[in-house]
Design a protein around this ligand. Sequence first.
Ligand code: ZN
Length: 498
Amino acid sequence: MDAYSKLTATLKRIGLLDAAAGLLGWDEQVNLPPQSAGLRAQTNAALAEVIHQEFSRPEIDEWLRELEEQELSADASCVVHETRREYDRAVKLPADFVCRRTEAASAGYHAWTQARKQSDFAAFAPMLAQQLDLAREEAGYLGQGDNPYDYWIDRFDPGMSAGVFADLFDELRSPLKALAEAVLAAPVQANVSIFKGFPVEAQESFLREVLARIGFDFQYGRLDTAVHPFCGGSGWDTRLTTRFAADNPLDSLFSAIHEAGHGLYEQGLRAGNPDAFGLPLSSAVGMGLHESQSRLWENQVARSDAFWDFYEPRYREAFATQLDGVSSDELRLAISAVQRQPIRVDADEVTYNLHVILRFEIERALFAGELDVAGVPSAWNELSEELLGLTPDGYANGCLQDVHWSEGFFGYFPSYALGNVLAAQLWQSANDALPKLNAEIAQGSFESLLSWLRENVHRHGKRFGTRELVRRATGQEVSAEPLLAYLRDRYESRYGLS
Ligand code: ZN
């Protein structure tokens, strides 16, 4: 076997081990018995150690050196270049550190679920401090001890930095606050209390039909319930979760569509690269682009009038008693409700990025040493007042609401906002390329949109960075303008402001 075959065979084997680890992670959030968390933390750590050992083998370095001397095809260069980047990172992290970090992620997650239940920040604070220390330690091993926050942002979105996001957020902050204030002061307001007593079984069968129709392939994936909705696995075995509440049917529906958007990206990575399991060719380019796919299906598509032109009769059929006496205008306004409320995952499109900016400011201050862990709750409340116009009524609805920090995911939140920005850019380009798209969606047909996304986004894997991929797909640089234009257009007309 030549060096390239040996390298790709090894990467596929590591991909299989990663798939096993991913499945354990899914199981931990979907099925784990209450007293089994300790064993699972150790199991995760043992498997992470094996994966790390496999990926740190010196032969990989030898094969890469040999290949770096050769003329390679574009795909082979992508594999070599991306593997070099990850390999260098893996060998610089000591095995005992990888083990400690994985155990801390499991312990942190379980501490967070307890602390959130009790709304007890003091119980979670030592875990948060430990996660911050580990995050700084990791950045140090990679030679980025002076810029730990930039290191973490680049981990999730290669090529991005705190400075780039600070500029993007400066463009978004004032226009979004102004649009939210205008909508909240509009003479018509959404009435979300129409959503009461929607049976969970009917919610589930409705949203399963939606997921299948937009193109999620249940032959390669499944849907379960979890406290915090997520999408795990790969396009070969895609695990979606949502959660159900009888009085909040839109949460389960839009969470499921959001996670299915992630799943469609993963399944598109597989469809475009069926022989590339475990290789960078079938891996997502970054979390911002991943979020752009979930947000595009959740918002641009599933909150549009065209989508509800098709689905409203079906929704009324499924929930005839509950929607009796609710007019079409009331229903659609409730679907695009803009509200002052403290929870990011419940946030509407207009205020969502303001929730992200809040977290970005706190993370940046924590890593810069301008804020300590004990100061997080009050900093959170101040920023919440400034950006969202409210103070959360407790830690569970404030600084304890998100899972990310408990597992050591710092620098991840900005990817959500980048996802919103990219979703609007891609949506604009898809509509330019497919002038009948709106009419097709109103007929319940999503195929041409999914094909456009597969062709222009999904199939590329890591062949291009986020910025290059966006340039190719849209002909534009990353820009906040299409998002602001799209939000003004949709919300000013729906709330009678234009
Ligand atoms: Zn997401």
